[in-house]
Design a protein around this ligand. Sequence first.
Ligand SMILES: Nc1ncnc2c1ncn2[C@@H]1O[C@H](COP(=O)(O)OP(=O)(O)OP(=O)(O)O)[C@@H](O)[C@H]1O
Length: 275
Amino acid sequence: MNAMEDTSGRKDRRIPLVETGGLEVTYGTGREKVRAVRGVDLAIAPGEALGLVGESGCGKSSLGRALLRLEDPSSGEVLFEGSPVTGLRGAALKAFRRRAQIIFQDPFGSLNPRLKVGRAIEEVLHIHGLGADNPARRRRVRELLDDVGLEPAFADRYPHEFSGGQRQRICIARALALDPVFLVADEPVSALDVSVQANILDLLRRIRAERDIAMLFISHDLAVVRAVCERIAVMKDGEIVETGTADQVCDRPRHAYTKKLLSAVPDLAGIGEGA
Ligand SMILES: Nc1ncnc2c1ncn2[C@@H]1O[C@H](COP(=O)(O)OP(=O)(O)OP(=O)(O)O)[C@@H](O)[C@H]1O
């Protein structure tokens, strides 16, 4: 039994799945130094969706990447299920990679154009030694495509044969292939037509509810974040300036910067709801 599950199988939301303490991410050296993340303390409970909002360049991606150990912190730490991720090596690192996945903004750039989408998903299963025989792997791929609202037969097509929204669904299927418990979604709808954004937000909401996946949902757009997340952290110049429930941050913002972000959202209510 997982340490965070009680006997009924429900996850204990009081114990953080992901936690940072004094997290710093710095690029470059000397006078060229960029302190992208500055002393961030945050916690994400199992199954919780935390939204991370802020203007371009404030450090959102750097923070998200550090949580997944795609970026090494210059100081501070990231704990995953209570253990520091910086120390992970070999099999322990591979196990972490299975449990924590990322979805990027550009669903085309993150798919190999020469690989049929079914193969792209199968490859992930293969690397992690799942679905040892081909028919089992192929079955799993078709199930995953079905889960994200795509025809299982699409497995035999190439990325260019799909729309942007469909490609993002494929990337989501690939991210789900290893049954992660944590997902970083980095601006997952920003590259999509407004008309399909709501559908992808709806899909993310559904898979999170069905699979009880914790999520860091990164966006510059408060309305988008509110559509998916129960809690929101607001980032400015590498620091978290405000954290609260989605309703509190959007309806009763405390920080002047949050108010400024809100004023840039013409119609906060209704976006992504019931889409
Ligand atoms: N690999 C890198 N090398 C040097 N500087 C970087 C690197 N990645 C990011 N930065 C810088 O760190 C700061 C934070 O960037 P980051 O991408 O984390 O912000 P962001 O809020 O995600 O912005 P965006 O929404 O535009 O991606 C920026 O000043 C950026 O130029």
